[in-house]
Design a protein around this ligand. Sequence first.
Ligand code: CTP
Ligand code: MG
Length: 170
Amino acid sequence: MDWIYAIIIYPIIFIFPAYVANGAPVIFGKGAKPITKGKFRGKPILGAHKTRRGLVAGLIAGAIMAILESLVPGFGFMLAIGIAESVGTHVGDLLGSFIKRQSGVKEGQPIPFLDQYPFLVFALFFALPFALPSYFPSIYGVIFLFVLTWVMHRLTNIGAHKLSIKEVPW
Ligand code: CTP
Ligand code: MG
C-alpha cells in the first residue's frame, strides 16, 4: 500500500499549506479593502475581490499550517516548503485575477482552469527549490493533485455557497 501514500496521502500533506493559504481569504476577505483600485489599460488591475485582508490572512494561515506540519516528527522540511507555497499560492491567484480582468471578465465570473490552477502551479513552482531533490511528489502525485484540486474547488464552492459565505456556487 506504499503507492497510496506516495500518490495520494503524501501529495495531500505536501500541498495542504497551499490549500489553506488559498481558502482562508474566502472566510477573512469578505467586505475588505481591495489590494488595488487602479486600472491597467483601462481595466481594473485585480478587481474588488482581491483584498488586502484576504491576502494577509491567506499568507498567515498558510504559514501557520506550514509550522504545524513541520512540528510532526520527520516533517520539519515542510516549514520552508509550506511558507514558499503560501507565497506562490497568492502570486498565482493574483496573476489569475489579473489575466481575468485584462480579458474583461468580471470578479467572480467563472473561467475554467484559470480559477483552479494558477495558485496550484505557482505553489508547486515556489516549493520546488525547497523540495528538491527528495521531497517533491512524484509525477503521479502531481497529477493526482491537479485532479483533487478540481474536485475540491467544486465541492468547497458549493459548500461555501450553501453556508452563504459565497454568493455563487462556483
Ligand atoms: N479573497 C480575498 N482576497 C484575496 C483572494 C480572495 O478577499 N487576495 C476572497 C474574496 O472574497 C473572493 C473569495 O476570496 O471573492 C474567493 O476568491 P477567488 O475565487 O480567488 O476570487 P473570485 O471572487 O473568483 O474573483 P476573481 O474573478 O478575481 O478570481
Ligand atoms: Mg473564483
